[in-house]
Design a protein around this ligand. Sequence first.
Ligand code: PRT
Ligand code: ZN
Length: 214
Amino acid sequence: MQTEKLKLAIQKSGRLHDDSIKLLKECGIDISNGINQLKTEASNFPLEVFFLRDDDIPQYVEDAVADIGFVGENVVYEKNKKLKVVEQLGFGKCRLSIAVKKGESYNGPEYLQGKKIATSYPVILQQYLQQKNIKAEIHEISGSVEIAPGIGLADAICDLVSSGSTLFMNGLTEAEVILKSQAVLIQHQQLSAEKQQLLEKLVFRIQAVKKAKN
Ligand code: PRT
Ligand code: ZN
C-alpha cells in the first residue's frame, strides 16, 4: 500500500520555475501552479511540491525537509551540502565565468594574480583559484555583480552568463568559463525504500521526456 509521498522542492519564482513545472507536466504529473502558494500536491502521483528560494533548496534536501529538489548545479556546488545529484534536467543552462573589462589583455588565469574579483560564488571561485595556484582577493556581493568593475569595486567578476548581453552592456568580456551549469535533480542521501522507489519512477519518466526531445 502506498503511504509515503515524495517531497519535491522547486524554485518559487525565477528562471527555473516555469521549466520545473513544465517538466512535471511532461512527466504526466498534474499540479496546480505555485503562485502565492508555498506547497501543493499532485493529483495523480504521490508527490508534494514545495516552492522555495533556489538558494535554500540544497539545505532543505540535506535536512530531509524535502526529499528531492530541482536546482541549478551552480547553487549545488556553491552550497556544498551533503546530497546526491541524480540527473541533469536539460534546462536552466548557463555558465559561471570570469569576466574582465573590455580591452584588458587577459592572458589566462595568471592575469588574476593579486586582483580583486567580485562574485556571488565565493566557494566555487576559491576552489578554481586554488586549483590554478592563483592568489586573488574575493569580494562577495549578492547581486548586480556586473557593475563592480565599472564603479571601481573590482578588477574582474565571476558570475553567471547565458546570452552574454549583460556583460556586453557593462563593458565586460568573458575571459574564462569555470563551470557549465544546468538544472539538476538532487536527492537526500538516504531515502526510505518506498521513497527511493517513487524517485526511480519519477527519474524513469524524466529520462523518457529527455529522450523524446533528442
Ligand atoms: O529568488 P531566487 O533566489 O529563487 O532566485 P535567484 O534570483 O537567485 O535566481 P534566478 O531565478 O535569477 O536564477 C535561477 C537559476 O537559473 C540560476 O541559479 C542558474 O542556475 C540559472 N540561470 C540560467 C541563470 C541564468 N541562466 C542567467 N543568465 N541565472 C542567472 N542569470 C543571470 C546572469 O547572472 C546575468 O546577470 O542573468 C543575467 C543575464 O544573463 P545574460 O548573459 O543573458 O545577459
Ligand atoms: Zn537565489
